[in-house]
Design a protein around this ligand. Structure first.
Ligand code: HMG
Ligand code: MG
Length: 333
């Protein structure tokens, strides 16, 4: 049978920008999200309700969420906006904004259709998603969340319950699944499967596997996914979040596709990085991901020329070299 088309989800307005030291003006962030919405992406991560002391760049996420509810960007497809929440304080801040805009978001289509819907959207309301983020190693959990894995899972139980009460979809990241900056490449896939199972049992709709350091290789990606499958985790509940530090993101994407995974994160221009993962570079570029998926005959529904333009523009805005090979090639052609 033909392969189901993939979801190209975009994390650029959060992961792509969170690591930038210089404050990026709110209008630039909103412009980025609005431009991305027009390209056909099905999901855009737009901010993070985290401590402004820890990640100052995300401190205007409340304004971003309010703006998206008050002025929903036009998009060719049903669109989900996603925001990180590390604890109930972050979730409560998001819920307070939602309470001010009670009928501004979809409450019935909050589960991403699988395969993704290509029917034109009937409503201009976006769906919303909250994302919790666990880690596969204790060292990374301490650095990123200032608590143990077990404590983080206890916090996420409350966040997930509150998100479900507000009719939100829930994504649950697990970071450093293929390599930890503090514990090395040898991360136990069984531990990842246990954490994923707990998060799904709490009500998470999707597990996003984060190769935070980009240390993942093709054989270890295969081993991890095989281990998750043996633990009873369904492919449609899994998304891959590859950083491209070692240039292996598309190779690992090929392995995941062959395994049956269909949701892939990326960021225009290859921007991104986690402040608590020293040396790790950006997410795999959206331009490269879309080009690769389309080269396999898969219809992403995403306009490659448009994302290439956005990648060049936002790289210049944040004063970074443009890291997407495909983006540069498309713009030069
Ligand atoms: P903590 O210091 O242990 O928190 O940090 P606390 O509960 O003790 O509170 C300390 C202060 O922070 C208090 O303020 C709280 O009110 C405030 P004070 O009384 O001192 O003025 N606070 C908050 N403020 C706003 N929003 C909140 C919030 N929570 C507490 N939600 C905490 C614990 C979890 C808050 C902190 O560690 C944190 O914010 N961490 C987030 C780190 C982060 O954002 N990392 C990057 C995202 S994850 C990532 O990039 C990986 C990913 O891309 C996948 C991959 O690549 O693997 C997703
Ligand atoms: Mg990341």
């Amino acid at each position: 049978p033909p392969m189901a088309p993939p979801h190209a989800s975009h994390v650029g307005a959060r992961d792509g920008l969170q690591n930038e030291k210089k404050a990026i003006p709110l209008p630039v962030k909103l412009d980025l999200i609005e431009r991305l919405a027009k390209t056909g992406l099905s999901s855009i991560e737009a901010g993070a309700f985290v401590s402004p002391k820890w990640v100052p760049q995300m401190s205007n996420s409340s304004e971003i969420l309010s703006h998206l509810l008050e002025h929903p960007p036009s998009s060719p497809r049903p669109l989900t906006f996603s925001f990180l929440a590390p604890n109930i304080k972050g979730m409560d801040a998001a819920a307070a904004i939602l309470a001010q805009h009670p009928s501004s978001y979809e409450t019935e289509t909050h589960r991403l259709a699988f395969p993704p819907s290509t029917t034109p959207r009937k409503s201009s309301k976006p769906a919303l998603e909250m994302a919790v983020f666990a880690a596969a190693t204790e060292s990374f959990s301490q650095r990123n969340l200032n608590c143990s894995i077990a404590d983080s899972l206890a916090r996420f139980r409350a966040v997930i319950a509150a998100a479900k009460d507000a009719d939100l979809r829930v994504r649950a990241y697990i970071s450093v699944v293929l390599g930890c900056p503090f514990e090395g490449a040898d991360v136990d896939p069984h531990r990842v499967a246990e954490i994923a199972t707990s998060l799904l049992e709490m009500g998470a709709d999707e597990i996003a596997l984060g190769d935070t350091t980009g240390m993942g290789t093709a054989p270890r990606t295969k081993e991890l996914l095989t281990c998750l499958r043996s633990a009873g985790i369904r492919n449609e509940d899994v998304a891959m979040h590859f950083h491209d530090t070692y240039g292996q993101a598309l190779v690992n994407t090929a392995v995941a596709l062959e395994h049956g995974i269909r949701t892939f994160d990326s960021s225009v221009g290859g921007l991104g990085g986690c402040p608590y993962s020293p040396g790790a570079s950006g997410n795999v570029a959206t331009e490269d991901m879309v080009y690769f998926l389309e080269s396999l005959g898969m219809d992403t529904g995403v306009d490659l020329d448009a994302v290439a333009d956005i990648g060049a523009w936002i790289s210049a805005e944040v004063g970074k070299p443009h890291e997407s090979s495909v983006g540069k090639a498309v713009l030069a052609a």
